[in-house]
Design a binder for this molecule. Sequence first.
Ligand SMILES: C[S@@+](CC[C@H](N)C(=O)[O-])C[C@H]1O[C@@H](n2cnc3c(N)ncnc32)[C@H](O)[C@@H]1O
Length: 451
Amino acid sequence: MASSGNLQNPAQCLVKNSPGKGRGVFAATSIPRHSIVEISPVLLFTKEEYEQHGKYTILDSYTFKWKNGSMALALGLGSLFNHSDSPNVSYTIDACTDSIRYIAARNIEPDEELCIYYGHNLWFDPAGAKAAVPKDELDADGWGGLTNLQPEIPSDDAIVPEEDLPFERFKPPPEEETAESIRTVQAWAVDVPDQRSIGPMLKWLKHSEVDADELGHLKRVRKQGETSTFLLNVSPEAPALPQDIQLSEPFLVKVPSSAALTTTSLAFKNVLWPTTYAPRRKGEADDWSMGKVVQEALRRRQQGELPVAAYVPTPYEASDDSSFMAHDTRQSAAHPLRHAVMNVIRHIADDRARSEDEPQTARNGTNYLLTSRILFTTHEPCIMCSMALLHSRVKEVVYLIPMEKTGGCGGSICLPTLPGVNHRFGICRWKGGTIDEAGLQLGCVNGFIEL
Ligand SMILES: C[S@@+](CC[C@H](N)C(=O)[O-])C[C@H]1O[C@@H](n2cnc3c(N)ncnc32)[C@H](O)[C@@H]1O
């Protein structure tokens, strides 16, 4: 392979010597942010091949974990990207085509080296690295400390393969999978130029009134080179900042408005701001139990209600039970708006408003109620309920019975995909399996299904 500047890929990247690092990949011309700079097919090794041979050879510095315990070696230029703590290239693994896509994370100048982030556990001394901030200080806040542009891909055995899921997921809206149309909000951010101020800043934020609930799907801190940038909030005015910490003027930054459900969407979102990747994890399965919601609906039917229920399980990461169940009370309350989904949202809002931990400003639903939460319901939510879910910023809705005439999640209309709505959520339809839907059929009122 060439060692200086005479190997070029279609995106005009060159392979050249990079001082202290061996060969590296360099831009031959300017590369605009979001451009695909390289697609590398990978060569796969079984776990055994790697354990018995690969790891004792030079290949060990080039291979990395792939699906099902196998190891991968990137072909093309993929194996030649060097590591940087402030990478200008992000990447996404495409397990369907066994390839890796490398994307420019910012505008790149001609002759700049293209680097990716290898992770925290380097097996070599990075060239030109400065002393790092102690890790304890960074992680102490529970927000995960400093972040980088690399997708945090949970290990394979922690994720349930799509085909084994008990429901089928409708693809996220396509705009969540292209760079131009990732949905964003404007948030206040501030630069912390001196790394020694990071700890005090984290402590201040934790105890301040600067409430970033609606940004819960984003990392609180982004590190680029020597500068760490803190995400503050989305208020109309810049929040007041501590006087005793050296900070820049707060500024507005465009950040993704929701977590990434796919690695492609994650790669694009990470370019804007380090974003949470929220694929399905094993262990959540209990909470996915549609059976629980169905039981509730059937129980309520015996009491004279419509057999409709909605359930918001405790989030996967949470240690305390914070699940909510509600049923349809249109019959007992003689109130046409008491749908199960509306009722469960109201329970959550009431619970929030009661909570003594919530600052006064966050009460009565002024902060978002269902950010990062999944809602299960026996029937596809109607248009009114779908709109309420949109406002509540739910992450995903899983339903059992589609409502062709009245549904707001694809039945009659799909609200989260309409242009102009300010939030998107995932939609899944339960595959049914052993659940008997017979008792859940709704009656007709004046010729219309009342949902
Ligand atoms: C996947 S290879 C990258 C291409 C490699 N430079 C080459 O010439 O083949 C990984 C190896 O590159 C070197 N490397 C990558 N990033 C580096 C960095 N920031 N500083 C020093 N060496 C680096 C290390 O030797 C590492 O084992």
